[in-house]
Design a binder for this molecule. Structure first.
Ligand SMILES: NC(=O)c1ccc[n+]([C@@H]2O[C@H](COP(=O)([O-])OP(=O)(O)OC[C@H]3O[C@@H](n4cnc5c(N)ncnc54)[C@H](OP(=O)(O)O)[C@@H]3O)[C@@H](O)[C@H]2O)c1
Length: 252
């Protein structure tokens, strides 16, 4: 049986690094790399020979496309990396109902549905990695939907890591702080945006794969995210939100 890894958002900053690292693993025959960008998928195939490009919009019929490929090929899924995600920084009120719906769908529903679709093809030792964020440690005004969606993913991950223990499937929730990728705007109206403690995607991936191999349910890379995790446990949310708003107000 073919042993595969599935990576959503494999064309992005963190996803492509995951693909490169997984490409070196002896126990993986194929990497089903999901993304919408044809050019980026082509480029990924050049650096990762195990890539099987699946060009699809997860916000549309992506889950159906993957599900039907799974039922046609019945592979052994060794790894599922739920990495695709979107961010929106600004006033919630300006998002509008359509964007709110799409946001919830991509950041919450897609990873949940994909886990459900993949579980029948996962066996002892299979691994699920869900890319959440340090935004899941506390509520973030003006990043409200993002932070709420990452809490969803964190709680889903941790609960499933307990439920799936009997089946010897590990679930690791990855919570980085700022990561240097295209997701982060470099400037807003000519003002350079500063991201304290920003780390590289490589660091996130290295730690995440190591932690998942150890069966850890959480992977928090870098000093900044770990400090934030601790801080959010000892300080009241109201105070943290106040400090957060003070820091980002100039960019809104
Ligand atoms: N960057 C950070 O500071 C940071 C921090 C903490 C957590 N994270 C999380 O890490 C994950 C990866 O983020 P990143 O920084 O690598 O972002 P990125 O470079 O913007 O990549 C996002 C990826 O998601 C894919 N994607 C978005 N919408 C999609 C859709 N509708 N259908 C299919 N694919 C879609 C994109 O693929 P296409 O463009 O090909 O469609 C792209 O590969 C996200 O879940 C993010 O929330 C990021």
């Amino acid at each position: 049986m073919k042993r595969i890894a599935i990576i959503t958002g494999a064309t992005g900053g963190i996803g492509s690094r995951f693909a490169e690292a997984v490409n070196l693993m002896d126990d993986i025959d194929e990497i089903w790399s999901i993304g919408r960008n044809t050019e980026k998928l082509k480029k990924l195939k050049e650096s990762c020979d195990k890539t099987v490009s699946i060009e699809t919009d997860l916000a549309n019929d992506g889950i159906d496309v993957i599900s039907s490929k799974l039922s046609d090929e019945t592979p052994d899924i060794r790894m599922l990396i739920n990495n695709a995600g979107v961010a929106y920084m600004g006033e919630f009120e300006k998002m509008g109902t359509k964007k709110v719906e799409q946001f919830c769908f991509l950041n919450c529903s897609v990873p949940s549905q994909l886990i459900s679709a993949c579980l029948p093809y996962m066996h002892d030792g299979a691994r699920i990695l869900n890319i959440s964020s340090a935004s899941s440690f506390q509520p973030n005004p003006y990043l409200s939907m993002y932070s709420a969606s990452k809490v969803y993913l964190k709680n889903l991950s941790r609960a499933l890591s307990v439920e799936l223990k009997e089946r010897k499937i590990t679930v690791t929730c990855v919570c980085p702080g700022w990561v240097d990728t295209e997701m982060l705007k470099k400037d807003v109206e000519g003002k350079e945006v500063k991201y304290p403690g920003m780390i590289s995607a490589d660091l996130v991936v290295k730690k995440a794969l190591k932690d998942s191999l150890k069966g850890k349910d959480m992977s928090v890379p870098g000093f900044f995210a770990n400090y934030f995790r601790f801080y959010s446990k000892i300080m009241p949310d109201r105070l943290i939100m106040k400090q957060w708003v003070r820091g980002i107000r100039k960019y809104i």
